[in-house]
Design a protein around this ligand. Sequence first.
Ligand code: ADP
Ligand code: MG
Length: 407
Amino acid sequence: MSANPEESGNDISGVEIVLDHVSKTYPGQKVPAVADVSLTIPAGEIVVFVGPSGSGKTTTMRMINRLIEPTSGTITIGGRDALSLDANKLRQSIGYAIQQGGLFPHMTVSQNIAVVPKLLKWKRARISERVTELLDLVGLDPEQFGDRFPRQLSGGQQQRVGVARALAADPPVLLMDEPFGAVDPITRGLLQDELMQLQAELRKTIVFVTHDFNEAVKLGDRIAVLGDQSRVLQYDTPEAILANPANETVEGFVGRGAALQQLNLMRVRDVEIEHRPTAHEGDDVAEFSARIDTWGVILDDRDRPVRWTDREHLNGVTSLKGVGLPLGEIVTTASTLQDALEAILAERNAATVVTGARGRYVGVITIETLVDTIRSLREEHEGNPPIADPLAASDDVPEPTTEGPRR
Ligand code: ADP
Ligand code: MG
């Protein structure tokens, strides 16, 4: 974390949430849907509730913003007893995102995002400024999308708007109930990456519900594995749960081949990011060409990578606009090495471009870096069965050598 108050971007804005012996029995039911849950959710972390359908994840989550009132127990948010607060006020301070964004179909994207700020009686100009800022934050062009209706958006775009709406009044706490459950796997992976990127900037307290353990491993700072009636079977970091499942039920849920998840646990930001020459679309061609040894990256006016180019591409052209080749898959600093590996194998440069906050260019990650990382991971795991070689199927990968990792 930054000690400099000027760089407050990485300071924690979230607050701690404590569930203490919380239970819920729905009216007319004999058995509680949630029985005696106690959990502390640290400020500024993503805690994922993962468990099978019917295990009471949604019920537990909705007790935090009091869409459901607990039958017994206490919930403390940022040191205040949630049950003693006005329920409407409480809900305005907690962002809530659900599957398919939960958008109001008769409202435009902008109107959807403005719902809570309007309830809070913000001035019109402030609301419109905030809507623009949020659309930008979740990667949607405000001019293009602000006046559309939800039905005119793809599932992934609706989901982004749902996240923007949940963030509208800058709440310290965000509740997300299977928010990416209804989109295709590729979009889902992208949205997960974007959420992590956002969280690196925002540092809110996020409670995220899913029944997908891989999603939990990818997103969670901590994972609460929930059984029947939301009984907490294990509550720990993804690393600890993968290494030491508390019991057979958790083990079954984690699945076999946990060692393979190694690459899912390391992030692009954990390894060496290299640099390539960059230029903006309006820059001088000859000057850029002179700086390129192998290949370089062309950025748009918001520093987002758009295309890559080698020197041959630049022969005889007068402008960098449209030159070179489109970038394939891009990863973010928060992406897993597994994602990076897949992206690299799909690129003919044997490298993939890395972006940071708001899609801005950060650098590139190369196959050499990944091979080195995989090697050192293996060495750390000597004595354990070696992890399968994820590169074995690919032709264009250097033969393993006997030399050790570079670092
Ligand atoms: P999950 O989100 O893990 O799938 P839920 O919290 O939705 O689990 O449901 C937990 C249990 O509570 C389930 O058995 C479900 O049938 C029951 N339940 C959920 N909502 C209600 C309700 N409004 N009235 C009665 N029972 C409910
Ligand atoms: Mg649910």
